[in-house]
Design a protein around this ligand. Sequence first.
Ligand SMILES: CC(C)(COP(=O)(O)OP(=O)(O)OC[C@H]1O[C@@H](n2cnc3c(N)ncnc32)[C@H](O)[C@@H]1OP(=O)(O)O)[C@@H](O)C(=O)NCCC(=O)NCCS
Length: 180
Amino acid sequence: MKKFLLETNRLRIRKFSLSDAADLFEYLSLPETYLFEPGEPVDMEQAQAMCRERASGNNFFAVELITEHKMIGHLYFQQSQPLEFMTWELGYIFNPKYQGKGYCTEAVNKIIEYAFTVLNAHKVTAFCNPLNEASWRVLEKCGLNREGHFKEKAFFRKDALGNPLWHDCYAYGIIENDFQ
Ligand SMILES: CC(C)(COP(=O)(O)OP(=O)(O)OC[C@H]1O[C@@H](n2cnc3c(N)ncnc32)[C@H](O)[C@@H]1OP(=O)(O)O)[C@@H](O)C(=O)NCCC(=O)NCCS
């Protein structure tokens, strides 16, 4: 997937490069980014290491705003096991400075189209915390259906006493027959 490149009106979805580190740091260094995500704010050195790893892998894609030549977010897009199910899982994080402008929806729509028209996917799935309304709104705008609501499915953090902070999880999906 060396030459991976998708374009929409405003965005370029492409492989990560080492020069994306400053843009990645800009939003992965912010505590607010992790409200519904595992992990914690990174420093510049960690952002550089992530870019290096992502540039050589196939699971994360940079989303660049064409007019500014700036990476404003990224998509996670990985084929699930078993491979013969032809199912891909999707995720995303965008820079708060660029949120609320439809960029994530535009990028997700494009990668779903790519999944069904190029990869011959059978299904695309995504998971999110029900409290993360911005996330499931994106999924619904892109035609994914809410297929499940799992109670206390996982935890990313513990409280001061070491107790897990469980959260619920919505499962979303779209199958090839429902893709238009
Ligand atoms: C989820 C995320 C990627 C959305 O990015 P975005 O570029 O703002 O998405 P879009 O602009 O395409 O759409 C966002 C939608 O959510 C709505 N929205 C945004 N914040 C919201 C909030 N706090 N409550 C309810 N709706 C909200 C927007 O109005 C928009 O819906 P609309 O077009 O129907 O009005 C972004 O919020 C983000 O990066 N969050 C932090 C990381 C994260 O939680 N990732 C997902 C983990 S499952």
